[in-house]
Design a protein around this ligand. Sequence first.
Ligand code: TLP
Length: 339
Amino acid sequence: MIDLRSDTVTKPTEEMRRAAFEAEVGDDVYGEDPTVIKLEREAATILGKEAALFVTSGTQGNQVAVLTHTRPGNEILLEANSHIFYYESGAVAALAGVQTRTIQGINGEMDPIEVEAAIRTEDQHFPETGLICLENTHNRAGGAIVSPENMKAIYTLGKKHSIPVHIDGARLFNAVYASGRDIREFTDHCDTVQICLSKGLGAPIGSIIAGDHTFINRARKWRKRLGGGLRQVGLVAAPGLVALTTMRERLVEDHEKAIVLKETLQACKGIEVINQVDTNIVVADVKGRGETADQFIDELKEKGIQAVTFGPTLVRFTTHYDVTMEEINKVSEILRNLS
Ligand code: TLP
């Protein structure tokens, strides 16, 4: 089976498994796990923030960030198809008690003018705007890169209105290596950032949130409240450190594989690629084949390819390091021969 459902499906490399086996560990709730400390320091340095915190997942990282930045009754501004809004089981309402106000973006980018217009003024009828969330790359926009210029414009108005900005950077390094821009051009334009070690970087588990010392100290308490204070978690942080330090540059290979897939899909009768394919995600509309996404996916599965539904007639393919260029060529051949 060639699994293109997500870059979350990657299995840990030999080096990651060895790092887990050999990891020096301690009780991380006492702040005594040397491997976790090393990972958090390294991540903070790379992301250009004062401090970082190891969390179990991207969802936990985003939720801890929302909980730390806001108070119940706040309103948060976020893109209409953002992961925090679309894919986190309503957690911001269930956990932080905030309401969401969504803004429809174009290729994942919200118009700063619309963002500013949505910020609440002081009035007893209104909730207070507690946070602005960005997502980069933007998953449902097809792995689209949100430009540092767009981020800067939104961060600047966040500062003007004293509203913090959080980035869901589950795939931020894809944006960095596809755009050729420096990581700081992205992370300088937010107060806090969440990055996933377990997507394109290939770690089995884990995410990082980064921000200033005050934020991270408060976030640590929220992580504890959520049951995310783990003990000898260096076993998991060690492969995360390998992912963070050795797997970033190779993301460009995933982007090259996505372009090959895009070109093949575009040449297929009845299929239209609807995203720009900035990074490792290709979204295909199969409406022209007279099929639903689920029917098309079942057909592909019989031929040894896995993908996911992204809408009634939309199918998402995601490239990653566990799928080689040879396998992508094989997928292309199968797609070309579809009836
Ligand atoms: N995305 C997953 C699914 O949840 C949809 C995927 O296969 O793409 N932010 C973004 C932008 C994400 O794409 C994801 C995962 C997360 C956060 C959550 O990460 P995890 O799965 O570690 O909680």
